[in-house]
Design a protein around this ligand. Structure first.
Ligand code: FAD
Length: 401
């Protein structure tokens, strides 16, 4: 069947990128969000950093690098106004022995894999200070391609597409299949129908029975916004330790973010501001002295983090049927009880603004019968049914795209 219509549930970066990738292929998309506007949950920070977190040659690092490069090209191609996207570079500091060892190892890996096209180099504290425009006490790994984007402008740009209709203040509570169409039922018991549905509702996806097996958890994070000072205005690049510190954007630095699993309250905590300021201290005590009394505001939201940190991406299977009648371990993937037309794009953790554009494109390629532009192992690592299949002892199928 050719897909003509789609419903995307969730107006964060995952949902907006998915809607855009489908709309670009001529599909009419209804993007539904429960709030009065899109981008009010995890994707609602004033500024999102774009850089990869790499630890070695492992699959997660490979994914992070590929997704990072894709996202930069994608944001450049939209295009976005200069005030909303800036490839200002990022310095990943070696602020202690463990981090210095990690960035040194990553620098070698990136140098030896020139095909990756990641421009990155190890710089000493003097070079780091020249690049940053402020004094840095540590050696650092410099990623000149990294940058930041303003989510509100980005999400508006993605959804202002002639083939996307945005429906807000509409909370989807159930999904059913009529045989030819998928039906999404909202809180008011209205139904919305389309050929396919993509669930991009982050942690809330697990309220839908079709997604309960996806193994994600909410992880609270708080950012601290600091009014730029005369000195800090000179900062040209993003600085990173465990967290990040942005150059001034509209007069404010974004400093973040805390990471607390098992916490879902969204109040702003003084203790979390302090954790962020402590992280700033590891980057530069001069910046800390200058800025610690200049807190403007904070914002807390919930990441959606999978058990193995890979996104949850692709077509869903019927969990009840597979649990009751599991196929043989050597069975073909076609023997699984696929839910035709039901897909998911969640689990973007701490890096949704670099991971979601690529994931959305790969998902749209899958949906439209194109060959996804990624190797099978990496696509298999994102298999949305992997946790369920592993539990059933079907490890080979769990790793398949
Ligand atoms: C403090 C903090 C700082 C971060 N900083 C960065 C950063 O600098 N760079 C970066 O790349 N990433 C960062 N992240 C991670 C990034 O924000 C997330 O990975 C990303 O926003 C996830 O996007 P999403 O679309 O999956 O989820 P969300 O943005 O949470 O979107 C889900 C949407 O689904 C909607 N929804 C949910 N349930 C329903 C329903 N039943 N019906 C209708 N709509 C529904 C919600 O209203 C919401 O709009 C940060 C995260 C936190 C918490």
């Amino acid at each position: 069947m050719t897909t003509k219509t789609a419903i995307v549930i969730g107006g964060g970066i995952a949902g907006c990128c998915t809607a855009y990738a489908l709309a670009q292929r001529g599909i009419n998309v209804t993007l539904i969000d429960q709030h009065e506007n899109i981008g009010l949950e995890a994707s609602g920070n004033p500024c999102a950093m774009l850089y990869p977190r790499v630890s070695g040659n492992d699959a997660l690092s490979t994914f992070a690098l590929a997704a990072f490069l894709y996202s930069l090209d994608f944001y450049q191609s939209l295009p976005l106004p200069a005030a909303a996207f800036n490839a200002c570079g990022m310095l990943q500091t070696g602020y202690n022995a463990r981090e210095f060892a990690r960035i040194s190892k990553v620098a070698v890996i990136l140098r030896e894999n020139s095909a990756l096209n990641i421009a990155a180099k190890l710089v000493n504290p003097i070079e780091a200070s020249q690049i940053a425009g402020v004094s840095i006490n540590h050696s650092a790994l410099y990623f000149p391609q990294a940058g930041w984007v303003k989510p509100s402008v980005l999400l508006a740009r993605l959804t202002q597409h002639p083939q996307i209709s945005v429906l807000t203040s509409c909370r989807i509570t159930a999904l059913s299949n009529t045989g030819t169409l998928w039906q999404a039922t909202d809180m008011q018991q209205n139904t919305h129908a389309a050929d396919i549905v993509v669930i991009a509702s982050a942690n809330d996806a697990k309220h839908l029975p079709q997604c309960q097996h996806t193994s994600t958890q909410p992880v609270r994070g708080q950012i601290t916004l600091l009014a730029a000072s005369e000195n800090s205005r000179a900062l040209n690049t993003i600085l990173c330790s465990d967290g990040y510190f942005s150059p001034p954007v509209d007069g404010a630095h974004s400093l973040g973010a805390t990471f607390e699993a098992g916490q879902s309250d969204l109040s702003i905590r003084q203790a979390d501001h302090q954790k962020n300021l402590d992280a700033l201290n590891t980057l530069s005590s001069i910046l800390l002295d200058d800025l610690e009394s200049r807190i403007l505001a904070g914002r807390a939201s919930l990441r959606c983090v999978s058990a193995d940190y890979f996104p949850i991406l692709g077509q869903l299977i019927d969990a009840n049927t597979v649990s009751q009648r599991p196929p043989r371990p050597n069975a073909d993937r076609s023997s699984l009880p696929w839910l035709d037309g039901l897909y998911i794009n969640t689990g973007h953790g701490s890096k949704g603004f670099t991971s979601a554009p690529w994931c959305a494109e790969l998902l749209a390629q899958t949906i439209c019968g194109e060959t996804p532009n990624v190797n099978d192992a990496l696509l298999g690592a994102m298999n949305p049914n992997r946790f369920l299949l592993k539990k059933l002892g079907l490890k080979r199928l769990a790793k398949m795209a």
